[in-house]
Structure formats: C-alpha cells, structure tokens
Ligand binder design. Structure first.
Ligand SMILES: *[C@@H]1O[C@H](CO)[C@@H](O)[C@H](O)[C@H]1NC(C)=O
Length: 483
C-alpha cells in the first residue's frame, strides 16, 4: 500500500493534464473520390462541374488534364507544388475515352458540432496510427482544452455556428499552420481562404493553455448538446437506436441511452484524472476478458447520481461510461462486471487516488430473452453504491437508538421496519427480487418501478468521511443477489 501510494505521488508530481488532439475528417480535396458524384476523380475527357453558387476551397495535389470545367463564382483552388490543370491534348487516358459530366459534391454541409466528423487521440502518433479515443458524444467534438487539427494538404469547409459566443480551443492547425494566439488567428480569419473554410455565425477563441486542474476539466460543449445530438442522429430522423435492455442509462454528455455501466466518482484534492484513467486502462481494460469494452472518462456537472444522506452542493464529478460489444441478453453484462471490478479496486485503493466514493449504475440485457417479449420487456438494472462504512455506521446508530428506545424519533425508523420485513420473507430470492426501497437513498423512481425477477437492486453504500477507508459491505453478497 505504501509503495503504491508513493508511486502515485510520484505520478502526480509529473503533472499529467494531457493533450487531446481532435482532427477534422472530411476534406474537399480534388483527388478525393468521395467528393465527386461519379465516385471517381475527373479524367481528361470529362466535363467538370462546380455549381456556380457553391463556395469552395479545393486543394489540388497533382496535375490534371481536363477538357472542360465550370467554375464556381466564389471559390479557390489551392495548388500543391507541381499540381495544376492542363488543357486536354487529345490523348485519352485509359478508361476515359467517353467523357461524362462529373459534379463536385464534396461540400456537403458539414457542421463543426457533428461528432461523427472528428477523430480524437492523445498524441499525434496515435492519430496517425488510427488509435482513437472513445468518449461521450459531446467530447467527440473539440473541447475547450483540445488541440484541433485540419490536416495539412487538405481543404475543407465547415460551419462553425455555435450556441456559445465562442468556440474555445487550446490551439488550431490549419493547412500545416498552427495557431496558438488569438491575434494571429484573427488575422488569418480575415483571409480569403479562411472565409471559404469557415462559415456560419461563430468565432474561435484560443487559450494556448492546458487544463489547469489535474482532476480534469469539463469539456465545455454542454450548451451545444442539442446541436451535437441533432448532427449525430441526422440520418435516423433524430431517433436513437432502441437499447437492448430495460431501464437503459443516460450518461451525461451522451446523446442516446445505453446498455452498460456508468461509474460516478466523487473525488478530493488528490485526484488526478489521467493517473486514474491509466490505472483503469492498464489494470482492467488490457485484460483479455475485457476486450470489446470501451471506456469514456470525463468530468461532468449535473445532478449527482450518488445516493447520499447529506445534501451536496452542485459540483462536478467524474463519470466513467463503460460499453461492451455484447448483444441481446448479454448486452452490457461485460461492462457491468468490469464496473464491479473497478469498484472493488476502488474500495481497496481508492484513497490513494483521491477518490472519496463511487457508485455504479448498470443496465444489461440480462433476462431479456428469458422474458422473450421484446427489447423493452426485461432487463436487469443494477444499481450499486459502494460505501460499507457509512451504512455500517448508520446501522450501528439505528440499532443503538433502537436499543435506547429513542428510535421512534429517528427519521428512518421505517428503514429498520423494512429490513425486518425482509427478514420475514421465507425465500431469500423474494427478498432479493423485491429489493428494498430504502428511503435514505434517493433511488430513481424508474428503478422502484421495475418489477419482479428482472430487477436486482443492490445498495452497498460506502462512505469515508474521516477515515477515508473503504469497505465492501459484507451485508450484501453479490453472488447471492444475482441468483
Ligand atoms: C474523402 O472525403 C471524405 C468526406 O469528406 C472523407 O471522409 C474521407 O476521409 C476523404 N478521403 C481521403 C482519402 O482523404
């Protein structure tokens, strides 16, 4: 434990707020076959058509021989060294004997806030190697501390309309030129190229600073949540795919409900998001059994999903979204198992990571086929909160008060009564299946409404107020509950 602690103190000294690079995917390059309505690049005998009213910036990488080209009224070609257009000299290229009309269709209407149009990685090498980060939808779009890249040697056109006055970024690279200061960017934005590349009501502001808080920074795209989700779901009429589990979860910053697990963490001053992310990646996600599980860790703000006694000031917390690639009855089950493993680890080592407490919500397709009545019919929703210390303390107090005869004035007398009732049930399965409606803990009503065997509700509450020591609640045996 001591060496572990020293190790993480060491890691924290390194300072680890890391860069995230977000790279724009589409381009309007002349040589990109998907920018042409015939699915190929124009050849010598073709009649090339750019719509006259289109506003284009087109990068041309290589020389082309053309016989006819209709140009837009407003646009530019950016020529790479050696690139250019030459008049058709009468020599047909192979497979280009019959010329046809070929239209440039690469403009589309690409929105900055479309999460499908960005790739994210923690380093430039990862971007090159295609090792992309997984995240909630809001964070697929550049966050306020990100470095944004438009690939060198590509042209593009993007609508930067935003719900915020400014799109805030750390830096932006455009055609190989990196901007870190607002005045140089403002100068560039006045250029003709920039006006073709960026359109719509919006502006970009650069901070040239990393997230100063090692517990992480919020992404800052919440104000554009609607815009992000509309773009994400534009091909499905704004509708999310139907989740294959009952009571699917809604992660903060994500557009659609999921089957899988969400861990919510309350942290203290020692928490370092990157250190903890690495811990999960190396200790858990690298295990073969967790292949196919994806994790997105982010700092989010909102109503905290903690089941707690004391009212909490609205503050940020850490959300870990876990998804797996299982389907049907199995959907979400691997993610749920992993979430439990992480909570167990947290119970043991959470203190050294600056974690005050954590809770898990999970939704799986478990029982889904057993009930056989469609994807909405049955699934297990498991809600777990680790925090044995707190609940043991609470039980202790309740018992003490009960013994001393002052329990009737204690606000949670019915809690004990319910537990008593649970004892009275003959079959332990019944007790498990019904769960108990613990009034101490603000259980979402949807969970309470889940009926019968499809619901397993688990509340193992943990709290470490003074001691910062973690316990798994021995009262609740997971294996028994899952019977
Ligand atoms: C071609 O353009 C499409 C759409 O803009 C983009 O997704 C694709 O990555 C581009 N292909 C290349 C090779 O640049």
């Amino acid at each position: 434990m001591k060496t572990l602690l020293l190790f993480f103190v060491f890691l924290q000294l390194l300072g680890s707020s890391r860069a995230v690079y977000k790279q724009w995917i589409p381009n309007t390059n002349f040589e990109n076959v998907s920018n042409w309505d015939r699915g190929r690049v124009p050849c010598a005998n073709d009649m090339v058509v750019f719509g006259s009213s289109e506003v284009v910036s087109v990068f041309v990488q290589s020389p082309h021989t053309l016989s006819n080209m209709y140009l837009p009224l407003n646009g530019e070609f950016i020529m790479a060294p050696g690139a250019g257009f030459a008049a058709f000299d009468g020599n047909y290229e192979p497979r280009c004997e019959t010329g046809s009309e070929i239209k440039f269709t690469g403009l589309g209407s690409f929105q900055w806030y479309d999460p499908t149009l960005w790739q994210a990685a923690v380093s430039l090498e990862d971007l090159e190697r295609g090792k992309y980060m997984f995240s909630v939808d809001e964070e697929h779009v550049p966050c306020q501390d990100d470095d944004v890249l438009f690939r060198p040697e590509t042209s593009f056109r993007v609508n930067i309309e935003s719900s915020e006055q400014m799109i805030r970024l750390r830096s932006i690279s455009i055609m190989g030129q990196k901007f870190t200061a607002n005045d140089t960017l403002a100068e560039y934005m006045k250029s003709r190229s920039a006006k073709l590349q960026f359109h719509g009501q919006g502006a970009i502001q650069l901070s040239n600073a990393r997230c100063p808080d090692k517990s992480g920074c919020e992404c800052g795209n919440a104000a554009d949540h609607h815009r992000i989700c509309a773009a994400l779901l534009q091909n499905s009429e704004g509708r999310c795919p139907v989740p294959m589990c009952k009571s699917p979860l809604k992660p903060a910053g994500h557009c659609c409900e999921i089957c899988g697990a969400i861990i919510s963490l309350e942290y203290s001053t020692g928490f370092d998001m990157e250190v903890y992310r690495d811990r999960i990646l190396h200790t858990f996600l690298s295990l073969p059994k967790n292949a196919g599980v994806q994790m997105a860790m982010s700092k989010v703000r909102g109503p905290r999903p903690f089941l707690g006694l004391l009212p909490r000031s609205p503050a940020s917390f850490i959300q870990i979204m876990l998804l797996d690639n299982r389907t049907g009855a199995q959907s979400g089950t691997r993610a749920e198992e992993l979430a439990k493993d992480i909570l167990n680890d947290m119970a043991e080592h959470g203190e050294s990571f600056g974690i005050v407490r954590g809770s898990v919500q999970a939704a799986t397709g478990h029982n889904w086929s057993a009930h056989g009545a469609g994807p909405h019919s049955a699934a297990a929703t498991t809600e777990m909160v680790v925090g044995a210390f707190f609940i043991l303390l609470l039980i202790g107090i309740v018992l003490l008060l009960y013994k001393k005869g002052i329990l009737r004035y204690f606000p949670c007398v019915h809690l004990l009564n319910r537990w008593k009732r649970m004892d009275d049930l003959d079959s332990p399965e019944d007790a498990v299946d019904k769960g108990f409606d613990n009034p101490m803990f603000d259980t979402p009503s949807s969970l309470a409404a889940v009926e019968g065997a499809s619901s397993v509700e688990q509340a193992t509450e943990m709290r470490s107020k003074n001691t910062q020591v973690y316990y798994i609640n021995p009262l609740y045996d997971e294996t028994e509950l899952r019977a």
